[in-house]
Design a binder for this molecule. Structure first.
Ligand SMILES: *Cc1c(COP(=O)(O)O)cnc(C)c1O
Length: 414
């Protein structure tokens, strides 16, 4: 990595054009001696060489002053700067921090902003490993979390004098509860509390939390940003310099870094994110509407369906929906749901989502009881609707639903 290649990438995205246009061009290499490749080179390095000790002192001084410049490989290369630029184009904000996974982006946020004795209010439908972070680490550090459903006014009532952070994820994991993030941001501002939100569902393309007043947006770039099920990656995006400085300090001492190859793959995903997301939405909408019409299928969870409790807020705040659809198999227990999952051919059984391929997961019942307003009988299947032909996916679901005695159970159950 040379000084000139670093200088060739400002950390400010090109503000011109619509989002899709900016995502195509963000982080593009500048011309050197009249030419440039389309794609940023994969620049792998551990050591950064300096032309002289004076140049080294200069880089150290600029880093100390807050500039995003590398004096060591752990700080990333021009490949990393290009991805950071693209993520800023996606989410807004002043600085993006790259970390090895979505979960480490969440952990970094908590560790950067909180001290022993601090309290956090968390929405109860969050990605389940947040609760493991709570019991497995934060409690030991003397940090206390309270889980609330913000739709019934619990959120403000849960704030205490030592509350330092509100942590949300909207739509929620598994059932896609939609929360009014603008209203939550007003509560946070009124009490002088930071607001962080996991924006993986929207992945910046469908909703920009920083524009709605959040201080931090978190991305599991593993999902739609990378989009091809071949990278683990997370990002923390800060809205203000003050928040960025807190994140930067913790990011540095935790030694968090990612490989240039992974940064490259995620950047490649960003280029096609808008077209992929639009197709995920088209396919998922078809699948969700088809599921609604099937006997033995109970509630279908997809915020873009009129009739979904979050539909009005989704319409107000989101520019689209993704490929995640969950549904209740009425009268089915976990085993019946697993028979359906096993019978699917195009939907692979697996965790994660956001890649081009379709997936299915049988949701463990104990994970649903964390959601305040879970009141359904039956088992839940979560689908990630991929980029296959929607007719093929529906045909696959049709044959698989016949493998479970769901309809019969439904009839017996009345
Ligand atoms: C998958 C996921 C994460 C964790 O991302 P990893 O890269 O798998 O660690 C965090 N938040 C949400 C909402 C997720 O779906």
């Amino acid at each position: 990595m040379t000084r000139s290649s670093i200088d060739a990438h400002s950390n400010a995205p090109d503000a011109s054009g619509s989002l899709a246009t900016r995502l195509v061009h963000a982080g593009s290499p500048r011309f050197v001696e009249g030419t440039a490749p389309v794609n940023v080179p994969v620049e792998r390095t551990s050591t950064v060489r300096h032309a002289s000790t004076a140049a080294q002192h200069d880089v150290h001084a600029r880093r100390k002053a807050g500039e995003n410049i590398a004096s060591y490989g752990r700080h990333g290369s021009q490949t990393h700067r290009a991805l950071e630029d693209a993520l800023l184009a996606l989410e807004g904000g002043v600085r993006a921090f790259l970390v090895p996974s979505g979960l480490s982006a969440i952990s970094l946020t908590f560790l950067a902003l909180l001290s022993p004795g601090d309290h956090v209010v968390v929405t109860d439908s969050v990605y389940a490993p947040v609760r493991r972070l709570d019991t497995g680490l934060l409690q030991r550090l003397g940090i206390e979390l309270t889980y609330v459903d913000p739709r019934d006014g619990q959120l403000e009532a849960a704030i205490r004098p030592h509350t330092r952070l509100i942590y949300t994820e909207s739509p929620g994991s598994l059932l896609y509860e939609i929360y009014d993030l603008c209203a939550i941001a007003r509560v946070a501002q009124r009490h002088g509390i930071a607001l962080a939100t996991d924006n993986t569902w929207a992945s910046g393309i469908l909703f920009r939390p920083l524009d709605a007043g959040a201080d931090i947006s978190i991305l599991a770039a593993t999902k739609y940003v990378a989009g091809h099920s071949d990278v683990m990656l997370g990002a923390v995006i800060a809205r203000t310099d003050a928040v960025a400085a807190r994140i930067a300090a913790a990011h540095d001492v935790l030694g968090l870094t990612i490989g240039a190859d992974d940064a490259y793959l995620a950047l490649r995903g960003v280029r096609t994110l808008p077209v992929r997301m639009a197709q995920h939405q088209r396919n998922a909408t078809r699948v969700a509407q088809w599921l609604q019409a099937q006997p033995g299928v109970g509630r279908v969870f997809y915020p873009a369906l009129p009739g979904d409790p979050g539909y009005a807020l989704w319409q107000r705040d989101f520019s689209g929906a993704n490929g995640l659809v969950s549904f209740v198999l009425e009268g089915a227990d976990q085993h019946a749901a697993e028979r359906v999952a096993d019978a699917l051919r195009l939907f692979a059984i697996g965790a994660s989502w956001g890649g081009y391929e379709s997936l299915v997961t049988v949701v463990a019942p104990e994970r649903l009881t964390d959601h305040a307003q879970w009141d359904q009988a039956g088992a839940v299947l979560r689908l990630h609707v991929g980029l296959e032909d929607a007719d093929d996916l529906i045909a696959d679901l049709e044959q698989a639903l016949q493998h479970a005695p769901v309809v019969a159970l439904h009839a017996i159950g009345g």
